[in-house]
Design a protein around this ligand. Structure first.
Ligand SMILES: [Mg+2]
Length: 221
């Protein structure tokens, strides 16, 4: 949470200095890069599982949360309290990354009047390795602001970013959000926060893996 707050302060300061009307927000895992990160879990009943990708992770966690009566957006902390051992250490590094070029080509553009964020559900200790990886693949990481939500709702974080820039007439000077993401759960969450009150024009680029490589699917509201 502390890291998130420091990012906020930085965000607000920067916004006061520059004309920004577009926020470009990129997820990291399976959006900028495919990695071999796995999550190893041991449940209180002794059963063990290795979750090899985001879908397996979300399926396992939402099933376990349902079994335990947990309703948090991100049930990880509550599951750990219930005695689940959840090893997320692969997500504090960037493990065997494969760049997703259809996304990083866009990431490298840095259009005028826009600000670029990497927003990851990873914990704060992953941000250094992510920025180092960006430099490795030729993205100027000094132009990118990283935000680790630690599993908090990305939709509520983005809605707050828009709200921070309210003008006297009640509208925000953030007019446009471009959001690159692979997770259906996060896409739905962001739409739920932005679309009903049309907080900004939202264009989502959903990263989809096909037999012939990755494609971007446009979703808007
Ligand atoms: Mg992802």
């Amino acid at each position: 949470m502390k890291l998130l707050l420091e990012n906020w302060r930085q965000y607000i300061n920067e916004m006061e200095e520059e004309v920004i009307d577009t926020l470009r927000i990129f997820d990291f895992d399976e959006t900028i890069a495919h990695t071999r990160s796995e999550t190893r879990v041991k449940a209180p009943d002794g059963s063990e599982a290795t979750l090899a990708n985001q879908q397996e992770f979300e399926d396992y966690m939402s099933q376990a949360a349902a079994n335990e009566g947990i309703t948090d957006f991100d049930p990880i902390d509550a599951l750990i309290e219930k005695g689940y051992q959840i090893d997320l250490s692969d997500f504090s590094i960037v493990k065997d990354p494969e760049e997703i070029i259809i996304v990083t080509d866009e990431l490298k553009k840095f259009p005028e009047n826009s600000k670029t964020y990497i927003m990851t559900a990873r914990r704060g200790n992953s941000l250094g390795p992510i920025l180092a990886y960006l430099d490795e693949i030729g993205v100027d990481s000094s132009k990118v602001r990283p935000i680790a939500t630690g599993g908090e709702s990305k939709g509520s974080v983005i809605a707050n970013m828009i709200a921070q820039k309210k003008l006297p007439d009640g509208t925000s000077n953030i007019k446009r959000i471009e959001y690159y993401e692979d997770s259906d759960k996060n896409i739905q969450d962001v739409m739920n926060h932005i679309c009903p009150e049309k907080l900004a024009e939202l264009t989502i680029y959903k990263v989809v893996k096909t037999e012939n490589g990755y494609i971007l699917q446009h979703i808007g509201c």
